[in-house]
Design a binder for this molecule. Structure first.
Ligand code: KG4
Ligand code: ZN
Length: 343
């Protein structure tokens, strides 16, 4: 089953075609990130306009690259939320129109389930459920038990900032660009992760929730105490980045371990979402997996970590397979999408 998916929940305009939830035939990602660099964060209006301009060229490119015509597509899928309303509307309206014109089923996909299913892209061996998933990006930060192909149970989430947002805000405090995660990670390579003692929030909370807003404030004070950005040496800046990254990754890793200890029968541990691109976090969780004899998976390709449409096509396949009714005709889905988008 070949599914063409559209993902426009934030600053990416993405179109992908995936066969049977795993084989990626094409994965087009057009980003408006350069336009947000000046503002140090995504401006919703700018992102929506950019998506409107890029969606049709991206669709054409996807079909061309996969060497397919629309007649060879079995279903359409689209991110229905959460995300920026204007950007989401571009994707949803495009998908709705195509589903009507091409007379194909249309499968709405919740963005976070897409990030989780990204770990099945280009993976041809089965997943041994249940898996404990840490899915972390700029917009969400969740611990989920993945019980079956399309059965998810969220057991923890952030009570304020997501870890990706902490990276982005930290990068701004350190005078770096946007998005902050890769820039903090790069700078951290030359720094000492033990140079600054940043807090590990919520470790004694007794639940599976996260908090990162205090950490960002601690970084702000550390920069101030070191004499302000203009007076900080390159080495201190790298030490701040390394210590800040260490605190974020350590908090995530420790919460994952605590959840693993409490949840019986977990067979695999997974990491997904934009922050799963972080090498230090991967390193820490690889160690956790080794010590416990657990399979540890993260997206096979770096482009499946951050927002992409392949993960939406993948999730749509497992959703379609799991739904006993399989009634994803565009008329029925219209009502669902309208409700989700409240329009
Ligand atoms: O999944 P994603 O593309 O968008 C949302 O759903 O929010 O994730 C983007 C987030 C950004 O906050 C970005 O800073 C972070 O993922 N990110 C990273 C890395 N690459 C991207 N964070 C840490 N290390 C990285 N290498
Ligand atoms: Zn995302």
């Amino acid at each position: 089953m070949k599914i063409l998916a559209i993902e426009t929940s934030c600053d990416e305009t993405a179109v992908a075609i995936v066969e049977n939830g795993t084989l990626v035939l094409t994965n087009i990602i057009e980003s408006s990130v350069a336009k947000h660099n000046k503002t140090g964060g995504v401006v919703p209006e700018v992102a929506a306009r950019d998506a409107a301009e890029k969606i049709f060229p991206a669709l054409e490119k996807a079909l061309q690259e996969a060497k397919l015509t629309h007649n060879q597509i079995d279903a359409l899928a689209v991110t229905s939320g959460p995300g920026l309303m204007g950007s989401l509307l571009v994707g949803v309206e495009t998908a709705r129109t195509l589903a009507y014109l091409w007379n194909k089923p249309l499968i709405p996909v919740q963005h976070i389930t897409g990030h989780i299913c990204a770990n099945r892209l280009e993976v041809f061996e089965p997943i041994h459920f249940p898996a404990l998933v840490l899915t972390v990006s700029g917009g969400h930060n969740d611990l989920v038990i993945w019980r079956d192909n399309f059965v998810f149970e969220r057991i923890g989430q952030t009570i304020d900032d997501a870890a990706g947002e902490a990276f982005d805000k930290g990068a701004r405090i350190l005078g770096l660009g946007f998005p902050g995660g890769p820039l903090v990670a790069k700078l951290a390579e030359d720094g000492n992760p033990a140079a600054f003692a940043f807090p590990r929030p919520m470790l004694r909370s007794g639940n599976h929730d996260f908090s990162f807003s205090g950490l960002k404030t601690a970084l702000l004070y550390a920069v101030r105490d070191a004499g302000g950005l203009e007076n900080i040496s390159t080495q201190i800046l790298a030490d701040l980045a390394a210590s800040y990254q260490e605190a974020i990754c350590d908090s995530l890793m420790q919460k994952l371990c605590m959840a693993y200890e409490k949840e019986p029968n977990i067979n695999e541990i997974h990491l997904s979402g934009g922050v799963s691109a972080n090498n230090r976090l991967r390193e820490m969780i690889t160690q956790v997996g080794k010590e416990r004899g657990l399979v540890f998976r993260f997206p096979k390709n770096i482009s499946y970590c951050t927002d992409n449409a392949a993960m939406i096509a993948g999730a749509a396949y497992w959703k379609f397979q799991s739904d006993v009714h399989n009634d994803w005709s565009w008329q029925k889905v219209q009502a669902t999408l309208s409700r989700l988008l409240s329009v």
